[in-house]
Design a protein around this ligand. Structure first.
Ligand SMILES: C=C(O[C@@H]1C=C(C(=O)O)C=C[C@H]1O)C(=O)O
Length: 381
């Protein structure tokens, strides 16, 4: 025991030196930040870091320490950069052109959703905006993005995630492709039903239409009817419309009860989803770069270089600045096999310094960085 106390004393003495040297190093890093600001040089200097790692690892005496020193200095330089980003971010007044603003709607405000009346997106629009707006529908998610981008609609409502089947990939891809921004979100409970023509019976069904998500969310029910042909359409309400248009007793749609009402269909079976707790989260988008003072959730996207440890370093900016991530998603980058664009949601407001620090660092160390929006998040069930 005596020995352990002695050894720990030794470690303590060494640690005192490490802390003191670390603080000296950080003070120099601060001067580096001031110099870089004066000449307009970026914080990250990959070449210098590479040489640095080479030099310090050469000074080690065995393979274990070589790897340990590489990792340790990777970390030391990462915090040195974070300090520099903090200094530089505190001088910036603007965050990517986002302005504080309120969402004002009037009975003339045009809001676009995808699908035909009765689509879940229409229900999401109603739940977010109420009835005092002018909603209109388009066929595809791309059409909705385009309508918001061109100003034909002030807002758009698009599904982004389902609690049982996950992300709506196409909407993620459109969010990164278009210069539109998330200004709100809403969540609705999805309850699928099997809809047929009046007089049709489950025994006669041969073809079932729905959105791919609708088919996926009812996979257990459909498994029990494997002889049915499953056909994907743009959205669930369009599937109901198809059944009405074709007037074929052998066809059914998986859609909402509301869609049955809208298209004069009958409910052949209710509660089709595998899970009773089935929610879809919708984002509200706008072409304007606005956020509310009370906004508490931020979505960003970026690409990281195809090198080991890069994502780890980027996520370090959230952790180091005390920000809590709520979601991370990745999508393949078109034309760059096995490279990914990441989408991260985290809690915060663009006016907070910690958020600005983190975003400045992430922006500087990634490609194609974008703030997708800062909005009021809905409680995830
Ligand atoms: C301190 C600097 O800024 C960054 C941090 C480094 C470090 O802590 O050693 C090295 C290179 C830069 O990425 C610098 O440019 O020297």
């Amino acid at each position: 025991m005596e020995d352990l106390v002695k050894l720990r004393d030794e470690i303590d003495a060494i640690d005192d030196q490490i802390v003191s040297l670390f603080e000296q190093r950080m003070a120099v890093a601060e001067n580096v930040a001031a110099f870089k600001r004066s000449v307009g040089k970026p914080v990250l200097d990959k070449e210098r870091e590479k040489i640095k790692i080479q030099k310090v690892t050469e000074k080690t005496s065995n393979a274990f320490n070589r790897q340990a020193v590489e990792s340790l200095f990777g970390q030391i330089m990462a915090v040195s950069r974070m300090l520099q980003y903090q200094r530089l971010a505190s001088e910036r007044t603007d965050v990517e052109g986002f302005q504080v603003g309120d969402m004002v709607t009037t009975p003339e405000t045009k809001v676009v959703y995808t699908g035909v009346p009765g689509a879940y997106a229409e229900a999401a629009m109603d739940s977010y905006f109420g009835s005092e707006i002018r909603g209109f529908n388009v066929e595809t998610f791309g059409d909705a993005m385009e309508a918001v981008h061109s100003g034909r609609a002030q807002y758009g409502v698009l599904p982004i995630e389902n609690s049982s089947t996950g992300s709506v990939n196409e909407v993620y891809d459109l969010l990164s492709a278009y210069d539109n921004h998330i200004v709100g979100e809403t969540m609705i409970k999805i309850e699928h039903a099997l809809l047929g023509l009046p007089g049709s019976r489950i025994e006669d069904i041969r073809t079932v239409y729905s959105h791919p998500q609708g088919l996926m969310q009812c996979s257990r029910f459909l498994d029990a009817h494997r002889e049915w042909q499953q056909v994907s359409l743009q959205n669930t309400a369009a599937s109901a419309k198809r059944v009405l248009d074709d007037q074929d007793m052998g066809q059914a749609a998986i859609a909402s009860r509301q869609a049955a009402k809208n298209f004069g269909l009958v409910v052949l079976k209710e509660k089709l989803n595998d899970l009773d707790n089935n929610f879809t989260r919708f984002v509200v988008i706008s072409h304007e770069k606005v956020f509310r003072k009370s906004a508490d959730k931020i979505s960003v996207c970026f690409e990281v270089p195809h090198e080991s440890g890069t994502l780890y370093n980027i996520l370090g900016h959230f952790i180091f600045n005390g920000l809590s991530m709520t979601r991370i998603e990745s999508r393949p980058i078109q034309g760059k096999p096995w490279q990914y664009r990441f989408f991260v949601d985290f809690n915060g407001n663009l006016r907070e310094q910690a958020v600005r620090n983190a975003l400045h660092g992430i922006q500087s160390e990634t490609e194609g960085f974008r703030i997708l929006g800062n909005y009021i998040g809905v409680g995830q069930q």
